[in-house]
Design a protein around this ligand. Structure first.
Ligand code: HEM
Length: 222
């Protein structure tokens, strides 16, 4: 009598069709059961985590409000390349257009942010790549992408705001802005909190912002 050790041997079924032997189908069934059980366990853990979040923080998502819960993260709008003058048209002065701002080349739709509307404390940042102002706080004199001469702390400030826009649940990237090259021999822009303090009106800006806005949490990290 001949023995076949291969578990995948194909036999004749009672109806004459060919199929895998019983051992193989049992193995498949066990594997399938294990997989379903693992899925169930993950589902229970998710439900338990969500309920615990609701109980402890009042939110099923543990107060998470980042980009991963917004549909646009998974279905991003088509990205566009802006010139500086094209970008300037999206500064909120035309009520039929969305409000855009750029930071270090990346253009974001910030229409949902009240602070950017006309008369708002950060309207000055719209329609332009004012990356430098994000690092220095000189909103009037540093409305430029020119980052030459900035300190590490100021660069850190810019990176903080880049991440802020990248991860914000209400803002989303719509493209990039192309800038003409900066002439390396042109003078580095002066700070506004030393010589230019009067001219920039930085102190006045701060006071206006303090009066106009309420939530200060977003500045905590820098
Ligand atoms: C380097 C200096 C600063 C930079 C670059 C900066 C930039 C910003 C930006 C980009 C926002 C985001 C607005 C949004 O999308 O929700 C914001 C919000 C805000 N800023 Fe500043 N800021 C600076 C300094 C200050 C100071 C000195 C104050 C207070 C005296 C202040 C008060 C606020 C408040 C309260 C908000 C919340 C606005 C809102 O939710 O409507 N900021 N800031």
């Amino acid at each position: 009598m001949e023995y076949h050790e291969c578990s995948q041997e194909i036999n004749r079924n009672s109806d004459g069709t060919r199929g895998l032997d019983d051992g193989q189908s049992q193995e498949d069934a066990t594997e399938h059961k294990g997989f379903v059980q693992a899925l169930k366990l993950i589902l229970y853990l998710i439900i338990f985590g969500a309920l615990a979040g609701k109980f402890l923080t009042g939110s099923y998502l543990w107060e998470y409000e980042g980009k991963w819960i917004r549909l646009r993260t998974y279905f991003p709008p088509p990205q566009r390349l802006f010139t500086e003058s094209e970008l300037a048209r999206y500064d909120g002065t035309d009520p039929d257009k969305p409000v855009y701002l750029a930071i270090d080349g990346d253009v974001y739709d910030v229409t949902k942010g009240k602070a950017y509307q006309q008369g708002g404390p950060y309207h000055i940042l719209t329609g332009v790549d004012a990356a430098r102002a994000f690092g220095t706080g000189c909103f009037k004199t540093h409305r430029t992408h020119d980052l030459r001469g900035l300190s590490d702390v100021e660069m850190k400030g810019i990176n903080h705001w880049k991440k802020f826009y990248e991860n914000h649940k209400n803002y989303f990237q719509v493209g990039k802005v192309s800038h003409p090259p900066i002439d390396p021999s042109s003078p580095i822009i002066e700070g506004c909190d030393t010589k230019n303090k009067k001219q920039s009106g930085a102190k006045k800006d701060t006071e206006e912002r303090r009066a106009l806005v309420q939530d200060k949490d977003i500045h905590q990290e820098f």
